[in-house]
Design a protein around this ligand. Structure first.
Ligand code: NAP
Length: 638
């Protein structure tokens, strides 16, 4: 496990060999800690912008790299051989180091964020409030019910445990892990770099930069075990409905399992069911008529052997692009039905394993793993957002700004390079909408290569009808299949579906939301006291970062709410209509200024009237800042 303060025993040779594979800008920042010399990052050696898998060492000459490695070698040997103090930068110095790494003039908020995120003084990035100052008897009388034991639900359990608040987690599956448990399709892996797609308090020695689902599932299982959460989880149990009772200020939650149904009373409810939990079958006529075997990507049928079969794949989104190459390897013929091509960013590290040398650096060199994570936070997230922001004066339909245009040019060049021998595929696979208007995919060329296989045909004709034996396209071509696989996504806009949630006035949530879910800070809403939703409306991200970061921010806010209630002897808090309205107006305004809001391309981010219901339009640091404090003025108390 990465540890910045432990001494190590590596030989000189091991250190030298590891340094050969160091990320030089990250190494320079760690050298500042080791040597107390900030001038190291103020000289001629400056990193190249390395957004989206670019080479961070590209602008540094071989001679300079050698010079830095030599300095690092000497510093690490000194560190190994003597107990030396590490330099602990202050706010200004951290900002300087973060600015060096990102090659961007970062504003002052980033100094505070970097200090917290790097946890240089060993403190928690997302600290749980001082619950120990609240009498134990008061805390133990307040019960929280959490729906879901995936990434967010486990986190909610950990935070309640830290606060000494009793909780129960209701999980419909027989295991923890949520999306990483359910999505068992071949090729499934995370598409945010793992060093940011992990809890701030639980760094991990990831085998790959983008690990597979087995590794992710094992990580969440380990978290459940380590934090002793399993004893608080009711597995194989589904929440059906919940009612808020104003007389007692409690929720009555109806659950069902094989044992029958039961009602659990709770003072607060935290839903942690994700945005992408209920699969979506496409609205194609005749879908019930198909007589052969079929399944959806999120319910992969491992009993169907695809070897030697003719398979039809509908969809080319983030799920389909991962399983398609695996299906192509097995099946005799594969027809891929592509409606809207995705933008694909080529990242050579996508399937790569992390070498022993890089593991050593991450696990032993002081602050290397922290700066590595911060670098990932920037290069795979925060630093990309500006490319998705619309320039009002820009008037090209296929891009939204000069930066977005630059990105498009780079992505188009990658398509051309991949399909030099297949101009037909260049045409089919080049999107006509701006990059970041839909989810961008990350690949090392694996998917593109599979589309060129002899047994694959990419069909961009519209599917008109599903038939008994396959499907018919708008041009009247009939395609028969042995198996159809639907990679057609999720019912994202139906937040919290199919639970029935009755608020203070007895109205069911869907009556209020319909297809237009909204929440204050993505978490609370009027008429639903002590009801908190994680990964709720407008908390999804398109290009920038890890959804674990969002859940950690959201739980920080939720715990601040619970702390306020308990500290002030209040029973319930309910979001006021005004802040709710103002917040959502700003969200709508800001989303219109982003590629995904400005473009009218179809995406799961929008409802049928085109409002962006899923996405957060700001920076990660803005979300973190708004989550840090709960303003009692935003709430009614009872
Ligand atoms: P998706 O992105 O919504 O993709 C659905 C696909 O089905 C699209 O290609 C869509 O085409 C196509 N489709 C839907 N209805 C169709 C129809 N009637 N005819 C033809 N094509 C149709 O769903 P997903 O791939 O499951 O991904 C959903 C989200 O899950 C991702 O955006 C991502 O956030 C997350 N995810 C993450 C990972 C990861 O981290 N590894 C992996 C998988 C998914 P159109 O584009 O034209 O609508």
């Amino acid at each position: 496990m990465p540890n910045s303060s432990a001494q190590f025993n590596a030989s000189d040779e091991q250190i030298r060999s590891a340094l050969q594979q160091a990320h030089i800008p990250v190494l320079l920042n760690t050298l500042v800690h080791l040597t107390h010399d900030l001038s190291l990052i103020e000289g001629d050696i400056q990193p190249s912008p390395s957004l989206m898998g670019g080479d961070p060492n590209a602008s540094i000459s071989e001679e300079q790299k050698e010079q830095i490695r030599e300095l690092a070698f000497e510093a690490l040997v000194r560190y190994r051989d003597s107990q030396q103090d590490l330099f602990m930068p202050n706010r200004q110095e951290v900002l300087k180091m973060a600015t060096f790494l990102t090659r961007t003039e970062l504003s002052d908020e980033y100094a505070e964020f970097a200090l917290a995120e790097l946890a240089i003084d060993g403190s928690e990035t997302f600290p749980t409030e001082n619950f120990d100052l609240i009498p134990e008897s008061q805390r133990s009388n307040f019960k929280v019910l959490i729906v879901g034991a995936g990434m967010s639900g486990l986190l909610a359990g950990i935070r309640c445990k830290e606060a000494g608040i009793p909780f129960v987690i209701i999980e419909k599956n027989d295991e923890v892990g949520g999306t990483w448990y359910e999505n068992q399709y071949p090729g499934c892996r995370v598409d945010s770099p793992n060093h940011v797609y992990s809890y701030s308090f639980k760094p991990h020695d990831w085998p790959q930069h983008f690990s597979d689902r087995h590794t992710l599932l094992a990580y969440f299982q380990e978290v459940a075990d380590e934090f002793k959460l399993r004893e608080s989880i009711e597995f194989n149990t589904e929440v059906k409905s919940m009612h808020f009772h104003s007389d007692t200020n409690t929720w009555a939650v109806k659950v069902e399992s094989e044992r029958g149904s039961a009602t659990i009373d709770a003072n607060a409810v935290i839903t942690a069911v994700g945005q992408l939990n209920r699969s979506r079958m496409p609205d194609i006529p005749g879908i019930e008529d198909y007589k052969g075997p079929w399944f959806h990507s999120s319910r992969w049928n491992h009993n169907i052997d695809l070897k030697g079969k003719k398979v039809g794949i509908i969809g080319t989104g983030a799920s389909a692009f991962q399983f398609t190459p695996e299906v192509v390897k097995q099946a005799k013929d594969v027809n891929i039905f592509l409606r809207t091509p995705p933008w694909v960013a080529i990242n050579p590290q996508y399937h790569e394993y992390i070498s022993d040398e890089v593991h050593w650096l991450l696990n032993n060199v002081p602050f290397y793993s922290q700066w590595f994570r911060f670098n990932m936070f920037w290069t795979s997230g925060e630093g990309l957002l500006s490319m998705a922001r619309c320039d009002e004066k820009w008037n090209e339909s296929e891009t939204v700004s000069e930066a977005n245009h630059g990105l498009r040019t780079m992505l188009c060049a990658a398509i051309e390079a991949q399909f030099q021998d297949r101009p037909d595929l260049v045409e089919k696979l080049t999107p006509t909408y701006p990059p970041a208007a839909k989810r961008m995919l990350i690949d090392n060329g694996h998917w593109y290569q599979s589309l060129k296989s002899d047994n694959v045909e990419v069909i961009s004709e519209e599917i008109e009808q599903i038939t008994e034996s396959g499907l018919r396209t708008s041009e009247g071509t009939e395609h028969d299949f042995d198996v159809i696989i639907y990679g057609t996504g999720f019912q994202a806009v139906k937040f919290l579906y199919p639970m029935e949630i009755y608020g203070k006035d007895g109205r069911e949530l869907r009556e209020i939301w319909g297809e237009d879910p909204r929440a204050f800070q993505g978490i609370t809403l009027p008429n639903y006291p002590n009801f908190f939703t994680l990964y709720g409306p407008n908390t999804n991200i398109v290009v920038n970062g890890s959804i674990i970061f969002f859940s950690e921010c959201e739980m920080l806010y939720v715990m601040n709410c619970l702390h306020y209630l308990l500290k002030n002897n209040q029973k319930a808090l309910e979001c006021k209509p005004d802040p709710f309205k103002v917040y959502n107006e700003k969200i709508d305004h800001d989303n219109k200024g982003m590629a995904w809001g400005a473009s009218n391309v179809n995406a799961w981010y929008k409802n049928s009237s085109g409002r962006v219901t899923q996405n957060w339009p700001g920076t990660l640091v803005e979300f973190w800042q708004q989550s840090k404090q709960m303003d009692p003025e935003d709430y009614f108390f009872s």
